[in-house]
Design a protein around this ligand. Sequence first.
Ligand SMILES: [Zn+2]
Length: 295
Amino acid sequence: MPELPDITVYLEHLQSRIVGRTLERLDIAKPFVLRTFDPPVSEVVGTAVRGVRRMGKRIVLAMDDDRFIVIHLMIAGRLRWRAPGAKLPPKGSILAAFHFPNGVLVLTEAGTTRRASMHIVRGGTGLEEHDRGGLEVLDATLAEFGARLRSENHTLKRALADPRLFSGIGNAYSDEILHRARLSPVMLTSRMSDAEVARLFDATRATLVAWTERLRTEAGRNFPEKVTAFHEQMAVHGRFGQPCPVCGTAVQRIRYASNETNYCARCQTGGRLLADRALSRLLGKDWPRSIDEIE
Ligand SMILES: [Zn+2]
Protein backbone atom coordinates (compact mmCIF):
# COMPACT_ATOMS: atom_id res chain seq x y z
CA MET A 1 0.00 0.00 0.00
CA PRO A 2 1.46 3.40 -0.89
CA GLU A 3 2.44 5.11 2.37
CA LEU A 4 3.59 8.60 3.35
CA PRO A 5 6.83 8.63 1.30
CA ASP A 6 5.14 7.32 -1.86
CA ILE A 7 2.16 9.62 -1.51
CA THR A 8 4.32 12.67 -0.79
CA VAL A 9 6.19 12.13 -4.04
CA TYR A 10 2.93 11.54 -5.94
CA LEU A 11 1.66 14.86 -4.58
CA GLU A 12 4.77 16.75 -5.63
CA HIS A 13 4.30 15.50 -9.18
CA LEU A 14 0.57 16.24 -9.14
CA GLN A 15 1.24 19.74 -7.80
CA SER A 16 3.28 20.72 -10.86
CA ARG A 17 0.97 19.01 -13.36
CA ILE A 18 -2.64 19.54 -12.29
CA VAL A 19 -2.90 22.35 -9.74
CA GLY A 20 -4.45 25.35 -11.46
CA ARG A 21 -5.65 23.15 -14.35
CA THR A 22 -9.26 22.48 -15.27
CA LEU A 23 -10.60 18.94 -15.04
CA GLU A 24 -12.07 18.78 -18.55
CA ARG A 25 -13.46 15.27 -18.33
CA LEU A 26 -13.67 12.51 -15.74
CA ASP A 27 -14.19 8.99 -17.05
CA ILE A 28 -15.27 6.45 -14.46
CA ALA A 29 -14.26 3.20 -16.14
CA LYS A 30 -15.29 0.91 -13.27
CA PRO A 31 -18.39 2.25 -11.54
CA PHE A 32 -17.60 0.58 -8.17
CA VAL A 33 -14.54 2.80 -7.71
CA LEU A 34 -16.72 5.85 -7.10
CA ARG A 35 -18.34 5.27 -3.72
CA THR A 36 -20.42 8.46 -3.65
CA PHE A 37 -23.25 9.63 -5.89
CA ASP A 38 -23.84 13.05 -4.38
CA PRO A 39 -22.30 15.42 -5.33
CA PRO A 40 -22.36 14.00 -8.85
CA VAL A 41 -19.32 13.88 -11.11
CA SER A 42 -20.78 16.77 -13.09
CA GLU A 43 -20.15 19.09 -10.13
CA VAL A 44 -16.38 18.71 -10.40
CA VAL A 45 -16.02 18.45 -14.18
CA GLY A 46 -15.20 21.83 -15.68
CA THR A 47 -13.76 23.10 -12.40
CA ALA A 48 -10.09 23.62 -11.58
CA VAL A 49 -7.84 21.83 -9.09
CA ARG A 50 -6.94 24.32 -6.38
CA GLY A 51 -4.58 22.11 -4.42
CA VAL A 52 -3.52 18.57 -3.64
CA ARG A 53 -2.81 17.12 -0.22
CA ARG A 54 -2.34 13.92 1.71
CA MET A 55 -4.78 12.77 4.37
CA GLY A 56 -3.41 9.64 6.02
CA LYS A 57 -2.83 7.34 3.07
CA ARG A 58 -5.39 9.16 0.94
CA ILE A 59 -4.81 11.70 -1.81
CA VAL A 60 -7.13 14.68 -1.84
CA LEU A 61 -7.73 16.88 -4.88
CA ALA A 62 -9.22 20.16 -3.71
CA MET A 63 -11.46 21.47 -6.49
CA ASP A 64 -13.22 24.78 -7.02
CA ASP A 65 -16.39 25.52 -5.06
CA ASP A 66 -15.24 23.55 -2.00
CA ARG A 67 -15.52 20.14 -3.65
CA PHE A 68 -12.95 17.45 -2.89
CA ILE A 69 -12.03 14.24 -4.65
CA VAL A 70 -10.63 11.73 -2.14
CA ILE A 71 -8.63 8.87 -3.62
CA HIS A 72 -7.58 5.85 -1.56
CA LEU A 73 -5.19 3.58 -3.45
CA MET A 74 -5.37 0.78 -0.86
CA ILE A 75 -3.02 -2.10 -1.81
CA ALA A 76 -2.85 -2.16 -5.58
CA GLY A 77 -4.19 1.22 -6.71
CA ARG A 78 -1.70 3.43 -8.55
CA LEU A 79 -1.64 6.75 -10.37
CA ARG A 80 -0.22 7.18 -13.85
CA TRP A 81 0.32 10.28 -15.92
CA ARG A 82 0.05 10.29 -19.68
CA ALA A 83 0.73 13.16 -22.07
CA PRO A 84 -2.19 14.06 -24.37
CA GLY A 85 -2.55 11.41 -27.06
CA ALA A 86 -0.14 8.97 -25.37
CA LYS A 87 -1.15 5.34 -25.00
CA LEU A 88 -3.13 4.71 -21.81
CA PRO A 89 -2.41 1.77 -19.46
CA PRO A 90 -4.19 -1.56 -20.26
CA LYS A 91 -7.93 -1.00 -20.28
CA GLY A 92 -8.69 -3.70 -17.72
CA SER A 93 -6.54 -1.97 -15.11
CA ILE A 94 -8.12 1.49 -15.48
CA LEU A 95 -10.54 2.57 -12.77
CA ALA A 96 -10.84 6.23 -13.71
CA ALA A 97 -9.21 8.80 -15.98
CA PHE A 98 -8.96 12.50 -15.17
CA HIS A 99 -8.49 14.52 -18.34
CA PHE A 100 -6.62 17.83 -18.08
CA PRO A 101 -5.54 20.13 -20.94
CA ASN A 102 -1.92 19.01 -20.47
CA GLY A 103 -2.39 15.28 -19.87
CA VAL A 104 -4.40 12.48 -18.32
CA LEU A 105 -4.16 11.30 -14.72
CA VAL A 106 -5.12 7.62 -14.69
CA LEU A 107 -6.16 5.69 -11.60
CA THR A 108 -5.34 2.00 -12.08
CA GLU A 109 -5.59 -1.09 -9.93
CA ALA A 110 -3.74 -4.35 -10.48
CA GLY A 111 -5.39 -7.72 -9.79
CA THR A 112 -9.01 -8.48 -9.15
CA THR A 113 -9.60 -7.44 -5.53
CA ARG A 114 -11.34 -4.14 -6.00
CA ARG A 115 -10.34 -2.04 -3.03
CA ALA A 116 -9.16 1.30 -4.36
CA SER A 117 -11.81 3.97 -3.96
CA MET A 118 -12.83 7.48 -4.89
CA HIS A 119 -15.21 9.74 -3.01
CA ILE A 120 -16.44 13.13 -4.15
CA VAL A 121 -17.40 15.26 -1.18
CA ARG A 122 -18.69 18.74 -0.49
CA GLY A 123 -17.00 21.08 1.96
CA GLY A 124 -14.74 20.61 4.94
CA THR A 125 -17.23 18.50 6.87
CA GLY A 126 -17.51 16.05 3.98
CA LEU A 127 -13.75 15.80 3.93
CA GLU A 128 -13.42 15.28 7.68
CA GLU A 129 -15.38 12.03 7.42
CA HIS A 130 -12.40 10.54 5.57
CA ASP A 131 -9.84 11.65 8.14
CA ARG A 132 -8.88 8.72 10.37
CA GLY A 133 -7.23 11.15 12.77
CA GLY A 134 -3.71 9.73 12.79
CA LEU A 135 -0.93 11.95 14.13
CA GLU A 136 1.41 13.48 11.55
CA VAL A 137 4.69 12.34 13.03
CA LEU A 138 6.78 14.74 10.93
CA ASP A 139 4.89 17.69 12.46
CA ALA A 140 4.68 16.28 16.00
CA THR A 141 6.77 16.74 19.12
CA LEU A 142 8.20 13.80 21.05
CA ALA A 143 5.62 14.43 23.78
CA GLU A 144 2.74 14.27 21.29
CA PHE A 145 4.16 11.13 19.71
CA GLY A 146 4.60 9.43 23.09
CA ALA A 147 1.11 10.35 24.24
CA ARG A 148 -0.42 8.96 21.04
CA LEU A 149 1.66 5.79 21.19
CA ARG A 150 0.63 5.11 24.77
CA SER A 151 -3.02 6.09 24.30
CA GLU A 152 -3.87 2.42 23.65
CA ASN A 153 -1.98 -0.74 24.53
CA HIS A 154 -0.97 -2.55 21.36
CA THR A 155 1.99 -4.29 19.82
CA LEU A 156 4.33 -1.75 18.24
CA LYS A 157 3.64 -3.13 14.78
CA ARG A 158 -0.08 -2.57 15.16
CA ALA A 159 0.28 0.84 16.81
CA LEU A 160 2.51 2.26 14.07
CA ALA A 161 0.35 0.96 11.22
CA ASP A 162 -2.98 2.00 12.79
CA PRO A 163 -4.34 4.95 10.78
CA ARG A 164 -6.28 6.18 13.85
CA LEU A 165 -3.02 6.55 15.76
CA PHE A 166 -0.47 7.57 13.12
CA SER A 167 -0.93 9.05 9.67
CA GLY A 168 0.52 7.55 6.50
CA ILE A 169 2.40 4.57 7.99
CA GLY A 170 1.57 1.03 6.88
CA ASN A 171 3.05 -2.43 6.69
CA ALA A 172 6.22 -1.61 4.78
CA TYR A 173 7.51 1.45 6.59
CA SER A 174 6.52 0.18 10.03
CA ASP A 175 8.91 -2.77 9.47
CA GLU A 176 11.67 -0.38 8.44
CA ILE A 177 11.01 2.00 11.34
CA LEU A 178 11.13 -0.79 13.93
CA HIS A 179 14.37 -2.14 12.48
CA ARG A 180 15.94 1.31 12.61
CA ALA A 181 14.71 1.77 16.19
CA ARG A 182 15.98 -1.73 17.14
CA LEU A 183 12.60 -2.55 18.68
CA SER A 184 10.55 -5.73 18.47
CA PRO A 185 7.34 -5.60 16.42
CA VAL A 186 5.51 -7.46 19.21
CA MET A 187 6.67 -5.24 22.08
CA LEU A 188 3.67 -3.76 23.85
CA THR A 189 3.40 0.01 23.87
CA SER A 190 2.55 -0.02 27.60
CA ARG A 191 5.91 -1.63 28.37
CA MET A 192 8.08 0.94 26.63
CA SER A 193 10.57 3.10 28.51
CA ASP A 194 10.85 6.81 27.74
CA ALA A 195 14.18 6.13 26.03
CA GLU A 196 12.56 3.55 23.76
CA VAL A 197 9.74 5.92 22.86
CA ALA A 198 12.32 8.59 21.98
CA ARG A 199 14.26 6.10 19.87
CA LEU A 200 11.08 5.10 18.03
CA PHE A 201 10.17 8.75 17.44
CA ASP A 202 13.57 9.49 15.92
CA ALA A 203 13.51 6.31 13.83
CA THR A 204 10.00 7.06 12.52
CA ARG A 205 10.97 10.53 11.38
CA ALA A 206 14.33 9.46 9.96
CA THR A 207 12.79 6.55 8.03
CA LEU A 208 9.97 8.61 6.52
CA VAL A 209 12.28 11.47 5.56
CA ALA A 210 15.02 9.25 4.12
CA TRP A 211 12.57 7.22 2.05
CA THR A 212 10.74 10.29 0.76
CA GLU A 213 14.07 11.69 -0.42
CA ARG A 214 15.08 8.40 -1.97
CA LEU A 215 11.80 7.99 -3.87
CA ARG A 216 11.90 11.63 -4.96
CA THR A 217 15.38 11.14 -6.39
CA GLU A 218 14.39 7.87 -8.06
CA ALA A 219 11.43 9.47 -9.82
CA GLY A 220 13.40 12.55 -10.83
CA ARG A 221 11.37 14.61 -13.26
CA ASN A 222 9.21 11.70 -14.34
CA PHE A 223 5.88 10.89 -12.77
CA PRO A 224 6.50 8.02 -10.29
CA GLU A 225 5.56 4.85 -12.15
CA LYS A 226 7.30 2.22 -10.04
CA VAL A 227 5.44 2.65 -6.76
CA THR A 228 5.83 -0.57 -4.77
CA ALA A 229 5.95 -1.72 -1.14
CA PHE A 230 9.16 -3.61 -1.83
CA HIS A 231 12.52 -2.03 -2.44
CA GLU A 232 15.92 -3.62 -2.78
CA GLN A 233 17.35 -1.06 -0.33
CA MET A 234 14.89 -1.85 2.45
CA ALA A 235 16.48 -3.36 5.54
CA VAL A 236 13.89 -6.00 6.45
CA HIS A 237 10.51 -5.44 4.76
CA GLY A 238 9.85 -8.16 2.17
CA ARG A 239 13.33 -9.59 2.79
CA PHE A 240 12.60 -12.82 4.69
CA GLY A 241 15.70 -15.02 4.76
CA GLN A 242 18.00 -12.35 3.38
CA PRO A 243 20.82 -10.87 5.47
CA CYS A 244 20.10 -7.89 7.72
CA PRO A 245 22.19 -4.98 6.38
CA VAL A 246 23.34 -4.13 9.93
CA CYS A 247 24.39 -7.52 11.34
CA GLY A 248 24.08 -10.01 8.48
CA THR A 249 21.62 -12.29 10.30
CA ALA A 250 18.81 -13.73 8.16
CA VAL A 251 15.63 -11.63 8.34
CA GLN A 252 12.73 -13.33 10.15
CA ARG A 253 9.00 -13.10 9.61
CA ILE A 254 5.81 -13.32 11.63
CA ARG A 255 2.66 -14.15 9.72
CA TYR A 256 -0.69 -12.92 10.97
CA ALA A 257 -4.08 -12.31 9.39
CA SER A 258 -3.21 -12.14 5.68
CA ASN A 259 -0.09 -10.18 6.44
CA GLU A 260 3.47 -10.59 7.55
CA THR A 261 5.97 -8.51 9.42
CA ASN A 262 9.71 -8.82 8.94
CA TYR A 263 12.35 -8.19 11.59
CA CYS A 264 15.93 -8.98 12.50
CA ALA A 265 16.18 -11.15 15.61
CA ARG A 266 19.68 -9.97 16.46
CA CYS A 267 18.96 -6.25 16.06
CA GLN A 268 15.39 -6.15 17.37
CA THR A 269 14.58 -8.97 19.76
CA GLY A 270 17.84 -9.34 21.66
CA GLY A 271 19.00 -12.26 19.55
CA ARG A 272 16.05 -14.41 20.51
CA LEU A 273 14.45 -16.33 17.71
CA LEU A 274 10.87 -16.24 18.85
CA ALA A 275 8.47 -18.97 17.84
CA ASP A 276 6.65 -17.93 14.70
CA ARG A 277 3.36 -19.52 15.71
CA ALA A 278 3.19 -17.88 19.14
CA LEU A 279 4.03 -14.51 17.66
CA SER A 280 1.52 -14.96 14.88
CA ARG A 281 -1.13 -15.55 17.51
CA LEU A 282 -0.05 -12.53 19.52
CA LEU A 283 0.04 -10.20 16.54
CA GLY A 284 -3.11 -11.72 15.03
CA LYS A 285 -5.01 -11.09 18.24
CA ASP A 286 -3.89 -7.46 18.24
CA TRP A 287 -4.97 -6.98 14.63
CA PRO A 288 -8.40 -5.65 13.66
CA ARG A 289 -10.52 -8.30 11.96
CA SER A 290 -10.56 -6.28 8.79
CA ILE A 291 -7.78 -3.77 8.30
CA ASP A 292 -9.72 -2.60 5.22
CA GLU A 293 -12.43 -1.25 7.50
CA ILE A 294 -10.09 0.97 9.44
CA GLU A 295 -7.97 2.12 6.49
ZN1 LIG B 1 20.33 -7.25 12.23
